[in-house]
Each structure stands twice: as structure tokens, then as C-alpha cells.
Ligand binder design. Sequence first.
Ligand code: IMP
Ligand code: MG
Length: 184
Amino acid sequence: MAVTVMTAEQTTLDVLLSEEQVQCRIRELGEQIGRDYPIGEIILVGILKGSYLFLADLSRQIPGDIRIEFIQVSSYDGQKSSQGIVQIKKDLDTNIEGKHVLLVEDIVDTGLTLKHLRELLGTRRPRSLKAVCLLSKPEARTHATTVEYVGFEIPNDFVVGYGLDYGERYRNLPFIAILHNSSE
Ligand code: IMP
Ligand code: MG
């Protein structure tokens, strides 16, 4: 479904996943995660900025007490293609040794970011380390990595909304939409 978004240029986006579809799947993920972990033992680590809405909604669907932490990396730089470098812009403020850590990512594209973070956090000896992503683009994977919980597998298109940006725009949209180049 095409939706016209109020921007200076009245951008038209193609909705890939509606707000209802996103929220419904997040409820399922929250229930599954709640079943898989001992109550009160999870640290959710949101990967900024893209995961901020997913983390907010997912955390409210996991029953019981959990802890929330953030890490910020840059591997993309506002462009439509990934650079080969992952830079830590903000590290965790807490020691994760002996803890159950669940990384929360908006989208796994090439896999570079998640692979790097899993390796880095793994050296800090957490009790367990898993990852949940809202979206995964299997066709784009160039760095093999593991994602234990996947919301939706999507085609290899550039998407925005629900935390995902293009040049820092569109993060606030409550749905996921495909952004086409204006030349297309
Ligand atoms: P990676 O290629 O798996 O390392 O993905 C790195 C980051 O690129 C993700 O966490 C997103 O923030 C961003 N990204 C990847 N694909 C898209 C997209 O389709 N739209 C917006 N951001 C994306
Ligand atoms: Mg991200």
C-alpha cells in the first residue's frame, strides 16, 4: 500500500509491514522470550539508534522484571550501503559478566554489526548471549552471524520507519515502508 508521508517533498512510501503486523509480531516475540529466560534475569541491550522503538515495545511484552542497557555503533553513516567498519560510539555502562544478555537490533542486513557486537560482548563473559531483530534481509548477508529471534524476513530493499532511518529521517513512522529512489 502506498502512503504519502508529510515531508517537505510529500514523499510516497510503500508500506511493507503495517503498524498492526509489527505490533502483533512483537507480542509473539515477547511471549517467546519470556518463556525462554528465567524471570528477572535478562539484560536487553538496545543497539542505538535504530532499535529504540522496537526495544520500547518489545520490553513491554516481556513479562516480569528486566534490565535495559544501550550500546551505540556506527557502521552505516546515513548512507544506503554499509561500510566495512563498526565503530563503538557509546559502550555499555554495566558489567555483563555472568548475565543473560539479549541484543536488540532493528535490522540485520549484511550482518557486520551483529557479528562484531557478538564477538565483542562475548569476550566479556556473559552467562548467555543471544540476539533478537525485528527485520532480517537474508539475501543481503555477507557476514555470517546468528540471530536467535527474527521478527520478519524481508526482501533486499531499503526500508524505513519504526526506528529505521534514511539520513536520520522517517524513524518515527509506526510502520515499515520501502523507500524508493526518487529516480526509480
Ligand atoms: P548490517 O549491514 O547488518 O551491519 O546493518 C547495519 C545497520 O544498517 C542496521 O543496524 C541498520 O541501522 C542499518 N540498515 C541496514 N539496512 C537498512 C535499511 O534497509 N534501512 C535502514 N537502515 C538499514
Ligand atoms: Mg541499527
